[in-house]
Design a protein around this ligand. Structure first.
Ligand code: 16G
Ligand code: MG
Length: 552
């Protein structure tokens, strides 16, 4: 029997409705495709979403009908931006080798170019079109999400996707969770939880309740939802845990499209090093607050110092050290310190003090390039891999082997038994597919409650080195090539030596330059033991140039 062919006529007719804008070229980068839309209601990315629909169907067929995910979001970016990324069957980011296929399809100028590119891919990748295909898709609260989802659906239909499933408005981590769950065999799925939004909420609430058993209820936590989808997700979860964790929500306005990430959210807090105005209005000294980003996959904590009222940030590095320390102690208490090895994965942005603190506490630390996929893959190599970017993306991964070891473990004492049970509950509480702001803040709350710590005690582990991150507009960011997990520039030639010459003059000085993966600029990070050092000597032509360009 001849193998099925591309449904050419239907595909051409559908593709003509989504012409590619001629003046834009698209690139599948660190966070998938991302651009500014013409208006809040979109359209720049419609042709791209149509083509993602085609590619997601092909990816599913290539993987014998396993569910592939598509998330429509521009995360912490302004409301007028939007984006989309593909999610692979285990709930992880799209395999890097397929990123170029996505870019290729997105940039085909005409319908016939698109058809040619598709035919080429199908034969090069040996895709059997008779295989089934399943694609699950969701979007954040941006108004452009709806037309973009429609374009995606047209692409799925044109390629003959058997089972397109629309989650509607969803958080990025919930979509990752569902993709992972959908691809599990029945028995594993029963343990994992139902691959639905409700299944996820119940799984988190149950694990959180078990871990908080016997602990006194936490004091109220302020949660800034960035006026985004986190607010929607939390309306379902919060009532289930309100007895043990009272939450004061702020920035929950999802009906005003332009409010998203505006003067709120994790990126605002991390970049400006201050609380959102809405939090400042209600924060008491010493009270815990946290901010999610626009698609709820990133979280940072902060508080006002009880002594002087000054803002103190507890970022991804602080979350990583808190989690690694707590989980490390549980592993020891369970009697498994010799069996289960913990590792921490960071990027060059991790504050030098956090790295030193982890190493001092005997935890191996690895540095990888920026972007969740790099951290995730590196963390998978440990029994328990803790990974966080300083900006608040991150999670803790427990390998399959670790889960088996914990399930089979025969504790020799009640203390060992309790610690083992806590570890097993943490696996349910912590999203195993990707970092989730909500699951992460629940984890933080559990740890603080077990340790009877407030934010001050948590913060005492180490003091961040003063640091500075600036954005520099350059003619060609692709001229900047890095190595050693982005910590060294190899091109333009001679620039790294100039950076080193300045850095060497300062105690604990460290600086790196890397091209952004999401914006047309390069980023320059510097830290030193003093604020003056991190900002750079006044005679430093390099840093002065960076700063003036960044502020212009
Ligand atoms: C994307 C990445 C994030 C990274 C950021 C860096 C994912 C899901 N997101 O948002 O991890 O920190 O890019 O941006 O991977 P930059 O390359 O513009 O500095
Ligand atoms: Mg995000």
């Amino acid at each position: 029997m001849a193998s099925p062919q591309i449904p050419v006529q239907a595909l051409m007719a559908a593709s003509d409705k989504y012409p590619k804008p001629h003046d834009i070229s698209f690139a599948y980068g660190t966070a998938g495709f991302r651009t500014k839309q013409v208006s809040l209601w979109g359209d720049t990315l419609e042709s791209t979403l149509f083509r993602i629909g085609l590619l997601a169907t092909l990816r599913s067929k290539k993987l014998h009908g396993q569910t592939i995910g598509v998330m429509i979001t521009a995360s912490h970016n302004p409301a007028i931006d939007n984006g989309a990324k593909l999610v692979d069957p285990r709930g992880e980011m799209l395999d890097a080798s397929w990123e170029q296929h996505a870019t290729l399809l997105a940039n085909a100028e005409t319908t016939s170019d698109l058809l040619k590119a598709l035919t080429g891919l199908i034969s090069e990748l040996k895709i059997d079109l008779s295989k089934p295909s399943r694609v699950l898709y969701g979007r954040d609260t941006r108004p452009s999400g709806e037309p973009l989802a429609k374009a995606l659906r047209a692409g799925l239909e044109a390629m003959g996707c058997d089972a397109p499933q629309d989650m509607g408005i969803a958080t990025t981590p919930c979509l990752h969770y569902m993709v992972k769950g959908s691809n599990l065999k029945q028995e594993a799925q029963i343990k994992y939880g139902a691959p639905s939004e409700l299944g996820y909420v119940q799984k988190l609430a149950t694990a959180f309740t078990k871990l908080m058993k016997g602990k006194s209820p936490a004091s109220p936590l302020i949660v800034d939802c960035a006026n985004g989808v986190g607010a929607v997700a939390l309306t379902k979860l919060a009532p289930l845990i309100s007895d043990i964790l009272p939450i004061r929500f702020i920035c929950t306005n999802t009906s005003d499209a332009s409010a998203l990430n505006h003067s709120c959210g994790a990126d605002y807090v991390k970049t400006n090093q201050k609380p959102p105005p809405a939090a400042l209005d209600i924060m008491e000294k010493g009270q815990r607050a946290c901010s999610l980003d626009g698609d709820a996959d990133r979280v940072v904590y902060y508080y006002l110092n009880p002594e002087d009222g000054k803002f103190r940030l507890l970022d991804g590095d602080k979350i990583a050290t808190l989690a690694a320390g707590f989980i490390g102690d549980l592993v020891k208490q369970a009697g498994l310190a010799e069996t289960l090895k913990i590792g921490v994965v960071q990027t060059a942005y991790a504050n030098g003090s956090s790295t030193q603190y982890l190493q001092y506490n005997g935890l191996p630390v690895r540095c990888v390039p920026t972007g969740v996929k790099h951290l995730h893959h590196a963390a998978e190599r440990y029994n328990i891999g803790v990974y966080f970017e300083a900006n608040g993306h991150g999670t803790v991964l427990f390998s399959d082997e670790t889960i088996d070891i914990l399930n089979a473990h025969e504790p020799r004492s009640p203390a060992q038994e309790t610690a083992t049970q806590h570890l097993l509950c943490l696996i349910d509480l912590i999203n195993q597919a990707v970092g989730d702001a909500i699951s992460d803040f629940l984890m933080v709350e559990v740890i603080l409650s077990h340790k009877r710590w407030g934010p001050v005690e948590w913060d005492q582990g180490y003091e961040d080195l003063p640091n500075r991150l600036v954005k520099v507009n350059v003619a060609d960011r692709f001229a900047f090539k890095t190595q050693d997990a982005e910590r060294k520039l190899v091109e333009p030639k001679g620039l790294q030596e100039r950076v080193d010459a300045i850095v060497n003059k300062f105690e604990k000085g460290r600086s790196f330059v890397r091209p952004s993966g999401t914006e047309d600029c390069v980023r320059v990070y510097a830290e030193a033991s003093t604020r003056v050092g991190a900002d750079g000597e006044s005679s430093s032509p390099f840093l002065i140039r960076c700063e003036s360009e960044a502020t212009s």
